[in-house]
Write a protein that binds this ligand. Structure first.
Ligand SMILES: [Fe+2]
Ligand SMILES: [Fe+2]
Length: 323
């Protein structure tokens, strides 16, 4: 049977964000239309540049492969991700970042969809260990992340940006009283910090500055909605849970949902709050990197610890995102 005539065969879904880079796919990928699978990407196709942009602009999050190709898909995934994370890789940083970004996004989506599956949590944590190394070894990875097209921007892509920013902030400040050891937990918490947004009825692209009173009320319920999903799950680390519930808190007590003040907020959550506010301004409100930083330092003075704001500024400079 030709590869184009895969009629009456069994299909399974794969995440579009896992198809990235110049490595040719060793399987056909299908799109589902009206309950039928139609060939969409051929064996041998690659996913960078125009093809990737076209795929992203369709806002699909799943394609389909034949069940019999599962092993080929797994191998493609493994090789692609291993090469992207490899510190000795000869590939350029932008291509590697694109693959790492897609992979982390897929990991976040998998975990947010099925948080009760402990295996997803363990895998996400393992992937975050590699992500920490990747971000810490490549100051310019931040710039690469922000250069990605934004058409399919959602909770998981925001999560990847916030995770990278959080790690970059942490690298650039020192506080003797803050003992942060498990960086992968900071990355993981940041990656899924907005899990509660899946439970509230408000599109991700709604700008906070344009929300009505009622929308704002719904919006402010998302940390609580997230914690309600995770509370009973014993495999989640406390740090991650703290980040989910505290990432919208500000040090002066004007954040939500608990109006905590600085000493009551976990240091990991403080970092994620800075990163989260910044990425929201850039990726969702459309501010430039410099405008977002200025807004946080001047207009929102007193909401975030000054040393963390300085660390963010240093990280952005090192990443060539601001002058
Ligand atoms: Fe949030
Ligand atoms: Fe967020």
């Amino acid at each position: 049977m030709s590869d184009d005539l895969d009629i009456d065969l069994n299909f399974e879904g794969i995440r579009v964000s896992t198809l990235r880079g110049e490595r040719p796919i060793p399987f056909n990928a299908y799109i589902q239309i009206g309950g039928r699978q139609i060939l969409y990407c051929r064996k041998g196709d690659t996913f960078e540049g125009e093809r990737l942009n076209r795929l992203k602009s369709k806002k699909l999050d799943r394609l389909f492969i034949l069940e019999k190709d599962r092993e080929k898909y797994n191998k493609y995934l493994q090789d692609n991700v291993d090469e992207a994370f490899d510190v000795h890789s000869k590939k350029d940083l932008l291509s590697r970042t694109l693959i790492v970004q897609g992979h982390q996004q897929a990991v976040a989506e998998e975990l947010m969809e099925n948080p009760s599956v402990e295996e997803h949590y363990t895998m996400a944590k393992a992937s975050c260990i590699r992500f920490v190394e990747f971000i810490n070894k490549n100051d310019l990875a931040l710039k690469c992340l922000f250069s990605l097209k934004n058409e399919d921007f959602g909770i998981s892509q925001h999560g990847v940006n916030v995770a990278a920013l959080s790690l970059a902030i942490l690298r650039n400040f020192e506080r003797p009283e803050v003992n942060i050891t498990k960086l992968e937990l900071l990355a993981l918490g940041a990656l899924i910090h907005d899990i509660g947004r899946q439970k509230i009825n408000l599109p991700m692209e709604t700008k906070r500055s344009e929300m009505s009173k009622d929308q704002l009320k719904i919006y402010k319920s998302h940390p609580q909605a997230g914690i309600e999903v995770l509370r009973e799950l014993s495999h989640f680390d406390e740090v991650v849970l703290n980040i989910v519930s505290e990432h919208e808190e500000f040090i002066d007590g004007t954040g939500f949902p608990q109006n905590l003040v600085e000493r009551e907020i976990n240091p990991y959550s403080l970092i994620v709050s800075v990163a989260n506010t910044y990425d929201r301004l850039v990726s969702l409100e459309g501010k430039s990197q410099a405008e977002a930083l200025k807004f946080m330092i001047i207009d929102s003075m007193g909401l975030h610890p000054l040393d963390m704001m300085k660390a963010l500024q240093t990280a952005l400079k090192k990443g060539s995102l601001i002058k």
